[in-house]
Design a protein around this ligand. Sequence first.
Ligand SMILES: NC(=O)C1=CN([C@@H]2O[C@H](COP(=O)(O)OP(=O)(O)OC[C@H]3O[C@@H](n4cnc5c(N)ncnc54)[C@H](OP(=O)(O)O)[C@@H]3O)[C@@H](O)[C@H]2O)C=CC1
Ligand SMILES: CC[C@](O)(C(C)=O)C(=O)O
Ligand SMILES: [Mg+2]
Ligand SMILES: [Mg+2]
Length: 330
Amino acid sequence: MTKMYYNQDADLKLLEGKRVAILGYGSQGHAHALNLKDSGVDVVVGLYEGSKSWEKAENDGLRVLKVSDAVKESDVVMMLIPDTSQKEVYERDVKPFLKEGNALCFAHGFNIHFNQIVPDNCVDVFMVAPKGPGHLVRRVYLEGKGVPSLIAVYQDYSKKAKELALAYAKGIGATRAGVIETTFKEETETDLFGEQAVLCGGVTELIKAGFDTLVGAGYQKEIAYFECLHEMKLIVDLLYEGGFERMRYSVSDTAEYGDYMVGRRIINEDTRHEMKKVLEEIQNGEFAREWILENQINRPVFNAMKKRELEHPIVEVGKNLRKMMSWIQE
Ligand SMILES: NC(=O)C1=CN([C@@H]2O[C@H](COP(=O)(O)OP(=O)(O)OC[C@H]3O[C@@H](n4cnc5c(N)ncnc54)[C@H](OP(=O)(O)O)[C@@H]3O)[C@@H](O)[C@H]2O)C=CC1
Ligand SMILES: CC[C@](O)(C(C)=O)C(=O)O
Ligand SMILES: [Mg+2]
Ligand SMILES: [Mg+2]
């Protein structure tokens, strides 16, 4: 069985006397910075001048500096800016100011695995990758819980990189839930596959297909929204708490029979075949090449897709229905 690391396997003392620069204050950045600070770690946030998050981070009680200044005065540098900006920022604002023995860290392996960033060999390079969105990394930390995370060491200059990665993982609350050691390759390929085929791409297309089918057949769009999107969270909560067994225990026998008989007609052999192709395109670098080039020409496809998705009727109906549920925060 895979070795799991928990609180008792990690020592926050390894971060004592070290300063951690969190570059970026978005989804992951704010969560890492605040969780580490609450765990007693000395944190500074690195941003660009004019960032909309500068004041927010300061209001959250953090010291904020320009990226290059944050790197200059830190020992551990965590890259939490968008994957597509990391190469440029690394070359300009990070690499020239990293000192021998520093640690360069990532929450996703894209830039290292696909050779966009090639670090100098006098630094540690490791990853602490939460398996969940940043806002949840913060929320569950405050609840005394954690988001499971992966660690990986790419370069071990100090001969202490793994211990340091575990200490960092403890600082953000990950060792409360469980940490697994992996490689940059395994994290990058599984993370990209998961978000494309299952968690983001798979789920949204499934919801839209269900919604469109019901609305197309003349049913009320509000009912279609509740059935296909709103209730998804309630079902997923049961999966999160107790796997398929708990969900199937809670739903009716009629739903459970429908689940067994119909699920495999929806996610069928063709779907599984397509999933394998998606994985291959990630493994052979085709997806990475496409995404890197798309960014070099200012995201024409990304922007067109984003606009089209916002025009789908599920967006408007969802906005109106959520307004009436005051406990759901945007
Ligand atoms: N989103 C997630 O939950 C997860 C993300 N990851 C990984 O974490 C990393 C960060 O992603 P994510 O948190 O989504 O990023 P976000 O887009 O949420 O946040 C990016 C942050 O970087 C800042 N930023 C952008 N450009 C620069 C720059 N040139 N110099 C300094 N700061 C800059 C942004 O500033 P401003 O606030 O002004 O826009 C923002 O604060 C990525 O590697 C991603 O793959 C891993 C696991 C989950
Ligand atoms: C599922 C998307 C993710 O991989 C994540 C939140 O883990 C991401 O890149 O944001
Ligand atoms: Mg992920
Ligand atoms: Mg991801």
